[in-house]
Ligand binder design. Sequence first.
Ligand code: NAD
Ligand code: MG
Length: 389
Amino acid sequence: MTNDQPIKRIAIFGSTGSIGTQALDVIEANPDKFSAEILTAQSNDELLVQQALKFNPNIVVIGDEKKYQKVKEALSSTDVKVFSGVKALEEVAAMDCYDLMLAGIVGYAGLRPTLKAITSGKPVALANKETLVVAGDIIMRKAVEYRVPVIPVDSEHSAIFQCLVGETRNRIEKVILTASGGPFIGKKPNYLVNVKREHALQHPNWSMGAKITIDSATLMNKGLEMIEAKWLFNLKPEQIQVVIHPQSIIHSMVQFEDGSIKAQMGLPDMKLPIQYALAFPKRIPNNFPRYDFKKVSSLSFEEPDVKTFRNLQLAQDALQKGGNLPCVMNAANEIAVFAFLRNRINFLDMTNVIEKTMEKVPFIEQPTLEEYFESDGEARNFAADIIKL
Ligand code: NAD
Ligand code: MG
């Protein structure tokens, strides 16, 4: 971006999360390029207020309506507009005052505001992978209809996206998604059954929100990412391969029809894909630590163990079968992770809850948006019943 380009006004949905706070770091480091125009949070009113005082956005949304007064009062000396509630997220997503949405809400809750941004003609930098897992066909169809770019933020998909720059006329043979393997790589079920929440929350390479950290430990995250890749890059299931790469230096790869493979590499740091998505198509300088080949011992690769980490197998089944099955799987997974984080079920129970829910909720081959919403609700209820939540 040159100096004569206008400042890009960013709406950060989920500004208090891991992605949201790192996006604000990127904005803070580049005040000549970006401004934070909208900030939203579900319940962390204190951080939201701090962020608003620092970045002076046009609008903040606090999801939890009980906290509206508190936020309003804390910002009474500013001209920041304060909204609250689920509906406000969609209303704000439709507003004219911003140029790019960073979709950084976690889970199914991100779907409606992201869809609203797209149907309001707003480009989206997408971290919220669950949106594509639930209703990827509708999201991508709407993005084409409204001619808005959906730029991936997830590091693997950002890597693939970066490998595809300049390759628009060339067909992809396959993509190779790398996975760190999480904290329990090489472990077997007799070990996993006793894993505690605190242990599962320790990811070796990335510091992230709680839900995605558990998803990384179960390998569900990689399953969600396979489905995300299908929709973002218009791939068939058999064109998507997962390989375990514990060092997380290669962020993913694309293999073309001539057998040539392109990889995108670097130290594991989400600020890079966030910055790339905000600044796309430009690359902008930064002072993030650099990868040093002289200090590396080795880069290694292995097959994922889907017999032990069965969530990845379930996700591959959902990817193959399509329809509402990924949506159902995602809902059951959100409930299972929620229950695990509250010590209500053990690590392996999560898989059983998801599997039973996938068997139970009726299959719909080509769901409408309403049917996706219904499938999500049915799956949540069924999964919660199994756990007796
Ligand atoms: P997080 O838990 O740290 O933050 C979630 C954000 O969403 C918070 O700001 C929270 O207030 C908001 N939120 C939570 N529930 C909400 C609800 N019901 N309604 C409205 N807002 C709600 O999560 P995160 O790690 O930042 O992940 C965000 C998304 O990005 C996820 O979909 C995740 O899979 C994806 N992602 C994250 C990373 C990472 O490094 N953290 C990497 C790749 C992809
Ligand atoms: Mg990822």
